[in-house]
Structures are given as structure tokens and as C-alpha cells.
Design a protein around this ligand. Structure first.
Ligand code: SF4
Length: 412
């Protein structure tokens, strides 16, 4: 055994390093099976060109969020022209759309690759016949019973939600708030927003307000500014949060004007929803950069979705890609039993397997909390693998990320 002058064992250290390297290389081998950035970029460019041709849009239009919103694809004939769907596929989409609406921003549709049926982007965006399967509830969170004022949802002692709109850039097929999305786009009226703000002002224990929807950044700049300014004026509101998926589904929304609004009302935390590494594009990065430069703190709330991100390496890659664009993986939500989304649901075991595969294998910064929402609006329940095996008076038995059992002295 070779001892060095610093008294560490070189051979053992090298052996251990090699073990760790092997673990990392298994993941690297997987990453190599994913499409490389240049191929993805090429496919996206060609899809974008086709979308602009079909919609009669220009490059200038593409960068304009209002054009993106106005030009959302919500007609199966239009989608067929862009993607090349069969008649049968078109009819299936039409059948689902008689029950649930759909709309896809041109930008998000441009991310669908040639093998569209297997694309995690396509599956999140385009209606699927399985949405008509029975089962699930329209309101598993009992939101109807946690709303003490118009637009307000309150489930916790010191914080609450103001739901400002039911509009989104895209109507995600897995939406956990499908009940709110309804049939037509509708922002909350000024009277209701004022009543919600008044509720915040009258309840001094509220120190944290989440402005969401739908998608809070679908509001006009004027309305967004009004709500943030009013919250900023309330002395007991310590932080404001914004819920938006626009950095993922329509990053064009993050304009210099919206950024100037956000800059005025720190501290603002913005939570978004990237579900797959392919969503982390240069455009999404630019949107996140702008928000961060305006002082916002960004977090990601992924939803665990069967066939999209339910494989440990995909989720690991997603979390690592997010850190690269300075978005902290915050939550992985276990998909609730929402009517029309059952085909996306996974077992808790898959979530646990993902959490096991993150801890230790990647930095703690890349590890979100896995959350199951209690039915009836009773709040979030964090679920994690068990690392604490036994507590005795004078010792604890623990399990490491690699499954090694260790004992520590416990001073009760
Ligand atoms: S952006 Fe959010 S609220 Fe809107 S449809 Fe998608 S998941 Fe639902």
C-alpha cells in the first residue's frame, strides 16, 4: 500500500475515483443517444420555415409575442399542413377537441422533430384520444373549497395564490389545472382582481403571494404592472411570485418591457415548467437570462409525465440543462388524477426511482423536491427515498446514496 507524504492512500483513491467515473460515464453514454444540438437546431429551423410559410408570417412576426399568441395553431387541418398528419390522426384530434380545447404557439410547435409521434414536445401539445378515457376528477385539489375571495386560492398559513387569467400560450395536454382553462380565454376582471388584492391587504399574515393562472405573463403589461405595484405597496407582502410557462412555450413574451416591469418590484420569484431537455433552447435561455438580469429568481416545477420524462436519465439531463441556464430545479410534481390526463400519470415508484438516481449522482443543486399534492387541497407532501434507517438512543443508522449502510453516534 503506497502512502504519500500527506498520508493518503493513492491506490485506494484512484480505485474510488474510477468507480465514480464509471457511474458518470454510464450517464454520458446515455446522453450520446440523445439528438445533438446541431441536428435539433436544423430540424427546428426547417419546421419554423414551414410554419411561417403556412401562416404567412415573417421573421419579425416570429419574434413578436402577440403574433405568436394570435397565430396559435388550433385547427387540425393547419396542423396537418405543417406536420403532415394522416386523415385518421386529424379525425382523432378533432374528436378530442370537441371535449377539450387545444392551442399551440408556433414557437413550441417548431420544436417538434421529424419523428413527431414520439416527440415529447408533440405529446405535450397535441390532443390524444386517451384524453377521452374515463376516470380522474376535474378538481382533485378541491380548489372550489379553498377560495375565500374572488381569484384567491389559499391552502397555507402565510401565502396564497391570485389566479389572474385562464389564458396560456399553449394548452398543455397534461395540464393539472384543466378545470381552470375552460373553453375561452378570459382574464380576471378588474373588480375581482381588486377584491383579491384587498384580501391580501386585510390579512396581515400573508407574506408571499403567487400571481398565476393559466399563465400570469399572458396578462397585458399594464395589468401585470398594476398587480405587482399594488402588491409591492402592501407592507406585509415580503415576496411576490409569478407562475408562467412562457419561457418554455412562448419565450418571445419576455420582452424588454416586461423585464422593466419585473425589475421594479423585487424580490420576485418566477417559477416555470420545463419538462424535457429538448425544451431548453437558445430562445428559452435568452428569456431566462433577461428575467434573471432583471433580478428575478428562477425555479422550475416539472410535472412527472409518463412517456415524457419518467426515465431517470432524462430527468437528470433536464435538471443539469436547467442549471446551465440558471434555473434551479425546484419541484417535480407527481401528476394528479385530473380527468383527461390519466395517460400521463406514473406510479410513485417511478418518481422514487428518479429521486434515487439524482441524489449523489448529480450535485444537490440539480435535485428538486418530489411532491405529491394531497387530495382535497390539503397541501404538498414531499416524498423521498429513505436514507435514515434507524434512530437509537446513542446511534443512527443511515444509508448513503450508493446504498452503503453507515452508523453515526447520536447525541440525543
Ligand atoms: S401553461 Fe400551465 S396552466 Fe397553462 S395549460 Fe400549460 S400546464 Fe396548464
Amino acid at each position: 500500500m503506497r502512502e504519500t507524504k500527506n498520508n493518503y492512500n493513492l491506490e485506494q483513491s484512484i480505485r474510488r475515483s474510477n468507480e465514480l467515473k464509471e457511474d458518470a460515464l454510464t450517464f454520458h453514454e446515455f446522453v450520446k443517444t440523445l439528438p445533438d444540438r446541431a441536428t435539433v437546431q436544423k430540424q427546428t429551423e426547417s419546421r419554423k420555415k414551414r410554419i411561417l410559410e403556412v401562416l404567412g408570417g415573417t421573421e419579425v412576426d416570429w419574434s413578436d409575442w402577440k403574433w405568436q399568441l394570435r397565430s396559435r395553431i388550433k385547427d387540425s387541418n393547419m396542423l396537418a399542413l405543417i406536420i403532415g398528419l394522416s386523415d385518421l390522426e386529424r379525425k382523432r384530434i378533432d374528436k378530442v377537441s370537441r371535449h377539450y380545447r387545444w392551442a399551440i404557439s408556433p414557437y413550441y410547435l417548431s420544436l417538434v422533430d421529424d419523428d413527431y409521434e414520439n416527440s415529447p414536445i408533440y405529446r405535450q401539445a397535441v390532443p390524444d384520444l386517451r384524453e377521452l378515457d374515463p376516470g380522474g376528477s376535474m378538481d382533485p385539489m378541491n380548489e372550489a373549497l379553498t377560495s375565500p375571495a374572488p381569484c384567491v386560492t389559499r391552502r397555507y398559513p402565510d401565502r396564497m395564490i391570485i389566479n389572474v387569467t385562464n389564458q396560456c400560450a399553449m394548452y398543455c395536454r397534461h395540464c393539472q389545472r384543466r378545470r381552470n382553462i375552460g373553453e375561452t380565454d378570459r382574464h380576471a376582471c378588474m373588480e375581482d382582481i381588486k377584491m383579491a388584492l384587498d384580501y391580501v391587504a386585510r390579512n396581515k399574515e400573508i407574506r408571499d403571494v403567487l400571481v398565476t393562472g393559466g399563465d400570469a405573463l399572458l396578462l397585458s403589461n399594464k395589468m401585470l404592472n398594476f398587480i405587482l405595484a399594488e402588491l409591492h405597496r402592501i407592507p406585509h407582502v415580503e415576496i411576490k411570485r409569478i407562475g408562467t410557462r412562457t419561457p418554455v412555450t412562448m419565450p418571445q413574451r419576455i420582452t424588454p418591457e416586461v423585464v422593466d416591469i419585473i425589475r421594479q418590484y423585487a424580490p420576485i420569484f418566477i417559477n416555470t415548467q420545463f419538462n424535457h431537455p429538448l425544451e431548453v433552447t437558445p430562445e428559452a435561455k435568452l428569456a431566462c437570462d433577461r428575467l434573471i438580469d432583471a433580478g428575478a429568481v428562477l425555479g422550475n416545477q416539472a410535472v412527472l409525465l409518463r412517456g415524457i420524462n419518467d426515465k431517470p436519465f432524462i430527468m437528470r439531463k433536464l435538471c443539469q440543462e436547467l442549471l446551465k441556464i440558471r434555473v434551479r430545479p425546484y419541484y417535480i410534481f407527481h401528476a394528479k388524477s385530473v380527468r383527461g390526463t390519466g395517460h400521463f400519470q406514473t406510479g410513485i415508484e417511478q418518481g422514487m426511482e428518479i429521486m434515487e438516481s439524482l441524489r449523489g449522482h448529480s450535485s444537490g443543486l440539480a435535485i428538486p423536491t418530489y411532491i405529491v399534492n394531497a387530495p382535497g387541497g390539503l397541501g404538498k407532501i414531499p416524498i423521498m427515498p429513505n436514507y435514515l434507517l434507524k434512530i437509537q438512543n446513542d446511534k443512527v443508522v443511515l444509508r448513503t446514496w450508493e446504498g452503503k449502510i453507515v452508523e453515526l453516534e447520536n447525541r440525543a
